[in-house]
Structures are given as structure tokens and as C-alpha cells.
Write a protein of this length. Structure first.
Length: 548
């Protein structure tokens, strides 16, 4: 730290409580941390550990039922605990900037990007109506947005995920704050876009001398981007110190469990056989093929564009029975479109998708009914894919009821078996999705997918929204189910560290084309295509060595 005696941010003995229907809940217990000017400090921990609550307490944005009940938060020596709302409005944006996690829910969908940047500048007197347009362009350019003058006229839905995140960074840093809180700023982005965004954020904060409080569940990201790390567990700070020391030689049992579970850090040590799946595929084997894509192309007609857009371009790929094939690539590479053709959500423009040798788009009505039962999806966001008005029992039972499987009593018995299979207690059946954690909801989604005893499960980013400990549990569950039930997985992911742990074979896509496909071991130890090598080089913390 540049000035240990007088840190820019000093949090000491912080206690945060929330008033709920069940009484008072303490979310943060006597947390203490400090941050120097120009330094990056990462707070890591699983969901519910208190890391985001601590950050929101610093900026004074706790929800209405939350309050700081003890402790101190000092910014450059000024006490913020107990400050009036009018005083905090002067601090927010001007002295403390914020880059939140989800740009689509944090950008106004009906306001132009430039208007949203301008609001911040005008509110803090850093521009007037005469100069604000030019200031907006300069701010967006500093955040790395090309054609900033034109982009300022766009709405959020017209931006890619990476561009929306740049817009949030521009808003967060528009007033050149002393401190920037970055709350999971890149968790929804693929590795190459993530690296680009983080490089841009680092460049801007270094130029401005801004300190960064980085909230993340990605220990590889913390290792790569922060000088120091604070580990939180159940609202308490359990360990803190230099990033390399914390992640290479963790002292607290909880930190050790985080490091062990984090694929972005531990991928060099963990092998697929550590999971209960079949492990690395032997190239000499010739397993039975259950799914085959043969020269598949999918085109979309885009308004205002004369030529159709090729989302998938002449892709040939097979899924062996009982194995896991992962498709990886950046956003827009065509991996999800490829998977959705297997699910019959899209029909190929040309080429053939086969299941057990039959063209899935030439099946008879009875064959289609059977196919729908034997190929099931598990989507990225279990909350949006589960009906919030249904109980867990009804959600899991629904496919059984739809296809007329068994009596009501038999279906209820099957639901209990499925919940047990995904390690959920039987009393979970009476709850609703909103009452479950993210990991529990994903287990419900898996149980529903298993209800009809499928042969193939299409997993579309099934763990990207989960913290490392829950992610580890879900990956192990998928491995156990594959071993016990002989399932085949088509696994879609932008997280290559996760892919290495779960996959037998890996296919790499770029701009709709298949650029490389081989066994997992070959892809990760001897990548041949420059694009594959660039993807691997972008994994946060990839070079970090963890002590056994």
C-alpha cells in the first residue's frame, strides 16, 4: 500500500442487518478492510458471503430493509456511516463510481446510451448543456467504444454484452472518482471479451489514479487483477492479504475449499477423472455415435441487410454415446445456435442433424414425440427457465404429466426419486423457485430434464451464473449422473476451465465455423489453431500455480 497510515477507503467493524418477515438477519459481521489510492482490492466468496452487501454499504445503496448498525466507513478520512442522503448523492458518482454486474438490468432500455452518460456528468456539474455532448463522446471513447459519436445515439439492446459493459464502465468513471466499485463486472462475458474489458478498465483506472474494489467469485480473476484479496464467508472476513499469497497458500479452511473448487485457478491440477465422469477420451476408441451434425449451416435474414447472416457455417460434429462433447467459443460464435438445432428450436438451412442415425427434421409424429423425451435441455439461468408460479413438485412433474407417464401417485413418487437423485431434500417439493438458491434451482432444472429418462442432455452454460463452490457441486453431479445413467452431454460454455474438467471432446467455434475439434486433452495441451490458443491465453489466472 502506498500510504498504510491513511488509506483511501477504510472499513472497520462493519455490521449490516436486514429486517425480514422472519426477524433481523445479520448479513455482515464486523468486517474490516482497507484500500489505498490506485490499488485494486478483490473481495471473493460464494453467493451470500456478504461481499456485495459490503460494497453497497460503502456506496450507501443498501435496499430499504437494510442498514449499517455498527462500524465505520471512511473515504479519504470522511465518515460515511450516518451521512445524510443528500450528502451521499454528492459522493456517489463523483467520488465513488459503480460498475454493476448486469448491464441489461442496469441500463435504461428506453434511453440512449449517450443520454445515460450525460445524466451523470450533468448531475455532478462536470458538463453543461453546451459541452455535454462532446464530454459524452470523450467518455465513451475512453471506455474503448468505437465510433463513440454514433454509438451514443444507440439504445442498450443495440449493443453487444461487451459494449454494454463498456457503457457501464464509462458511466462509472465519467466523473473521475477516487474509488470504483466493480461488482462482478464481467461474469456474463466470454473470456476474450472479459480480458478486453478488464484491460480497458485497468488502463482507465491507472490513468485516473482510481482505486478499485472488485467484487468477484472468480479467484483466477482476483489473482490476475488485484494486488490484495479479502475472503468473506457467511458475512465475515476470514482471510486477507496479497493476492498471490492468499491463492497459492490459503490458510483458512474456507479459502482452501474455494481454491480447490475454482476451475479457473485449479485447472492445471484437476483432471476429469477427479469428477465421476468417464474422464479423458481415448482417441483410439470408436464409441457409438448418438448425435451427428453433418455439414450443418444456419442462416438468418436480418432486417436492413441484403445478405443472410450465417450463424452456423458448414459444421460437422458428432457426440459419442455416454460421453461429453463441449462446444466453446466467444459470444456469436454459433455454439448455442448449433445446440438449438439439435433441440429443434431452429431448422438448418442446409445439412443434417441426426439422432441415432435418423434426421431429426424428418421424423414422423410418433418419432418426434419419442425424440422430445430422449433429448432434454438444461439452460443457463434456472430462475427464468422455471415457472415462478409453480411449486418445485409441479415443475419436475410437468413433463411426466404432459407425456402421460404413470398415475398421479406414481408421478409424485418419481418426483421424490428425481429430487433425491440431484441431492435435494424431499420437502423441497413444496417450495417455489424464489425460495431456492441458484444452485438449488439448477438442481431442479436438472431433475426436470431427467424426468423422462433421456439419453442426451443439452447443457447451455449450466454453471456460468453460479459461484465456484456451487459450480463445483453441479459439475460433480453431472459427472455422477453420466456415470450412473449413461447420459450423453452436449455442453455449451465460454468457460474453458470448466470445459476441461467436464469434457471428453471439445469443439472450438469462431464466427459460425468449426476451427478445431479433438479430445479434451489434445485441445488443452496441444491447441493447433491460433484462435484456440488465444482463447486459452485469455483464461483469468491461467498462469497461476496453486500449491497442492
Amino acid at each position: 500500500m502506498s500510504d498504510a497510515k491513511k488509506p483511501l477507503l477504510e472499513v472497520s467493524g462493519l455490521k449490516v442487518e436486514f429486517t425480514t418477515q422472519d426477524g433481523t438477519v445479520t448479513a455482515v459481521h464486523e468486517a474490516s478492510l482497507s484500500l489505498a489510492a490506485g490499488e485494486t482490492l478483490a473481495i471473493v466468496g460464494e453467493s451470500g458471503s456478504g461481499k456485495s452487501t459490503t460494497a453497497m454499504a460503502v456506496i450507501g445503496l443498501l435496499s430499504g430493509n437494510g442498514r449499517v448498525t455498527a462500524g465505520s466507513i471512511r473515504l479519504d478520512g470522511e465518515e460515511l456511516v450516518g451521512a445524510s442522503e443528500s450528502a451521499m448523492r454528492k459522493v456517489r458518482g463523483r467520488r465513488i463510481g459503480l460498475v454493476p454486474q448486469d448491464p441489461m438490468s442496469n441500463l435504461n432500455p428506453v434511453a440512449r446510451i449517450g443520454t445515460q452518460v450525460a445524466e451523470t456528468l450533468l448531475a455532478h456539474g462536470l458538463a453543461d448543456r453546451r459541452t455535454v455532448d462532446q464530454k459524452v463522446v470523450e467518455t465513451l471513447e475512453a471506455a474503448g467504444l468505437p465510433d463513440a459519436a454514433e454509438r451514443a445515439k444507440s439504445y442498450p439492446h443495440e449493443f453487444s454484452g461487451g459494449m454494454r459493459q463498456r457503457a457501464l464502465i464509462a458511466i462509472g468513471l465519467a466523473c473521475r472518482p477516487q474509488l470504483l466499485i466493480a461488482d462482478e463486472p464481467t461474469s456474463a462475458l466470454d473470456v476474450t471479451v472479459q480480458r478486453t474489458i478488464l484491460d480497458q478498465l485497468q488502463q482507465m483506472t491507472e490513468e485516473l489514479g482510481t482505486a478499485v474494489l472488485l467484487i468477484t467469485h472468480d479467484l483466477g480473476l482476483a489473482a490476475e487483477r488485484a494486488q490484495r484479496v479479502v475472503v468473506m464467508h457467511r458475512g465475515r472476513v476470514v482471510e486477507q492479504g496479497p493476492a498471490k499469497q492468499i491463492l497459492e497458500a490459503p490458510q483458512h479452511p474456507y479459502t482452501q475449499s474455494l481454491v480447490k473448487a475454482a476451475p479457473s485457478v485449479a485447472m492445471a491440477r484437476l483432471r476429469p477423472e477427479d469428477f465421476a465422469s468417464h474422464g479423458g477420451a481415448d482417441a483410439s476408441e470408436a464409441p457409438d455415435t448418438i448425435v451427428e451434425f453433418e455439414h450443418v449451416t444456419k442462416e438468418f435474414h436480418v432486417r436492413g441487410r441484403r445478405e443472410p447472416f450465417k450463424a452456423v457455417d458448414d459444421v460437422s460434429l458428432s457426440v459419442p454415446r455416454g460421453k461429453t462433447v463441449s462446444i466453446v467459443g466467444e459470444s456469436g460464435s454459433g455454439k448455442t445456435t448449433t445446440a438449438r438445432m439439435l433441440l429443434k428450436a431452429f431448422e438448418p438451412t442446409s445439412g443434417t442433424v441426426r439422432f441415432e442415425g435418423k434426421d431429426v427434421f424428418a421424423l414422423s409424429r410418433d418419432e418426434q414425440k419419442e425424440f422430445r423425451q430422449r433429448v432434454q435441455p438444461v439452460f443457463q439461468d434456472p430462475y427464468s427457465s422455471l415457472n415462478p408460479m409453480f411449486t418445485i413438485e409441479r415443475i419436475v412433474e410437468e413433463p411426466l404429466s404432459f407425456y402421460g407417464k404413470g398415475s398421479k401417485l406414481e408421478r409424485q413418487r418419481r418426483v421424490r426419486e428425481l429430487l433425491d437423485q440431484v441431492a435435494l431434500p424431499a420437502d423441497m417439493a413444496r417450495r417455489y423457485p424464489s425460495e431456492l438458491s441458484g444452485g438449488q434451482r439448477q438442481r431442479v432444472a436438472i431433475a426436470r430434464a431427467l424426468a423422462l429418462s433421456p439419453d442426451v442432455i443439452v447443457c447451455d452454460e449450466p454453471v456460468s451464473a453460479l459461484d465456484v463452490l456451487v459450480q463445483d457441486q453441479i459439475l460433480r453431479l453431472l459427472g455422477d449422473l453420466q456415470r450412473d445413467l449413461g447420459l450423453s452431454y452436449l455442453f455449451i460454455s465460454h468457460d474453458l476451465a470448466v470445459v476441461r474438467l467436464i469434457s471428453d471432446y471439445v469443439a472450438v467455434m469462431q464466427n459460425g465455423r468449426l476451427v478445431e475439434a479433438a479430445t479434451s486433452e489434445e485441445i488443452f495441451t496441444n491447441p493447433r489453431d491460433p484462435y484456440t490458443r488465444r482463447l486459452l491465453a485469455s483464461i483469468p489466472g491461467n498462469e497461476l500455480q496453486i500449491a497442492s
